[in-house]
Design a protein. Structure first.
Length: 448
């Protein structure tokens, strides 16, 4: 809608769109969202495909625009809008289980023996829980998984839940010059909230192939809890040209969003084992805990977009827009942790690139009825990854003098590869997850 305008949601894309609005109005858009996740451990022995669902209710859009029509030459209107737009949804559940070779303790051992030693997060936690140990007191750490009686397979499973959203409060100004040029400017204040709770488990199960092969180890559980909150600020500039009654051309520039974020995290590791051989030793269990807090800043990249709208008389319109984003220009700022800051920013530059997002859609008008459909293509920002995520949408609405009502359904599907842990000492544990999200939305608008 960046070239079409006359919609409050354009405050988060092209704020010049609010200059087309002819009457003061306010809108609200409640939504029901349901996400289905299917996950499978790819390298597992006959690992099952597990399905999880999570439904949520939220407000997708809330806003008000005040229209004034000054009598100053060819200036036809100056509008001010306050809008709240829901930009991202993080509500998901996922799980996987399966039998495979390798153990999380191999990662802990590799890190502890790499020169990192006992850090404040992973390896000290593993050492306190006796998942790794320096048996010879020679500075070399060992693990129970290294002394099997046969090729050891472990039963692995993980359950995870994520919650949260990204929304933006915008304050926008739009001006209409002679119904031919629209200008817009907005200041956006985004809010970010994300919560993740994951529990990963391993078990030396005698009921699996080669199970029970590790003399001392029985099972472990790793729980990771993370809460990230924060906010930021950005600015958007837009313009819409109407060179002909049936054509509109739009363009907008978004400055980087400067976020200040705060992580509160807590990691708990429980390691259960026998002091001696399983047949004769005493059963022991140790739990270690590692809480923490970290504050940092994130700068997102610039965004540039352009759009074209074609009006089909009183029968509706067609619209399209492209958006250029170079994700390699993102950057983190860690005060007091320069090496970590340089490492993560170097990874961003090496692994992310630019994308061209494409959105196309149209509306058919018949009397007071409106029928719409749209498609959004979002390429992967990762280099050497040609995959894309598609969002399909469709809807219908009613337009009356002082009131309008719209219903819409939006569907998106994407695949994601997830790694519970990474180590060079064992095969990669790779989980393929497919997320499918359906959103049912209703917009009510009132003119005054």
């Amino acid at each position: 809608m960046s070239a079409i305008g006359a919609d409050l949601s354009t405050a988060s894309t092209n704020p010049a769109g609010i200059a087309w609005i002819q009457n003061s109005e306010y809108t609200i858009t409640p939504g029901l969202l349901n996400t289905t996740t299917q996950s499978r451990l790819l390298d597992g022995l006959d690992a099952p495909l597990l399905e999880d669902q999570r439904g949520t209710f939220n407000i997708q859009n809330l806003g008000m625009v005040f229209v004034s029509k000054p009598q100053t030459g060819k200036w036809r209107g100056a509008n001010f809008a306050i809008t709240f737009n829901h930009l991202g949804n993080f509500n998901r559940e996922f799980s996987f289980e399966g039998v495979s070779y390798g153990s999380l303790t191999q990662r802990y051992k590799e890190l502890a023996n790499s020169g990192l030693g006992l850090d404040d997060y992973e390896t000290s936690l593993a050492n306190d829980a006796s998942a790794i140990y320096d048996f010879e007191d020679d500075g070399v750490f060992e693990i129970d998984y290294d002394i099997p009686t046969q090729t050891p397979y472990l039963f692995k499973e993980q359950f995870g839940t994520t919650r949260g959203s990204m929304s933006e409060l915008s304050f926008s100004l739009g001006a209409n010059y002679d119904d031919k040029v629209m200008f817009g400017f907005s200041v956006g204040v985004p809010f970010f909230s994300f919560t993740s709770d994951k529990t990963y488990q391993e078990e030396d199960d005698t009921n699996i192939p080669n199970g029970g092969a590790i003399p001392y180890f029985t099972d472990l559980q790793l729980r990771e809890e993370l809460v990230t909150t924060g906010g930021g600020v950005n600015a958007k500039f837009g313009i819409i040209l109407r060179p002909h009654q049936h054509f509109r051309i739009g363009a907008a520039v978004h400055t980087p969003t400067v976020y200040t974020l705060n992580d509160n995290y807590e990691t708990t590791l429980t390691y259960n084992y026998y002091e001696d051989a399983k047949e004769e030793g005493a059963f022991l269990g140790k739990t270690a805990n590692s809480p923490g807090n970290f504050e940092y800043r994130l700068n997102t990249p610039w965004r540039v977009m352009g759009g074209l709208g074609i009006f089909l008389g009183s029968y509706g319109f067609l619209s399209g827009e492209v958006e250029f984003v170079d994700y390699s220009k993102s950057g983190f700022r860690y005060d007091g942790f320069e090496d970590a800051e340089n490492a993560v920013n170097r990874t961003i530059r090496d692994e992310l690139g630019d994308v061209l997002n494409v959105r196309v859609g149209g509306e058919i008008a018949y009397d007071i009825f409106r029928f719409r459909a749209g498609l959004n293509r979002l390429p992967s920002p990762y280099l050497n990854d040609d995959s894309s995520r598609f969002i399909l949408s469709g809807g219908m609405g009613l337009r009356m003098n002082k009131f309008y009502l719209d219903f819409a359904y939006r569907h998106t599907k994407q695949e994601e590869r997830y790694y519970p842990y990474l180590t060079d000492e064992a095969p990669i544990q790779e989980v393929l997850s497919e997320f499918s999200t359906g959103s049912l939305l209703m917009t009510m608008g009132f003119k005054f």
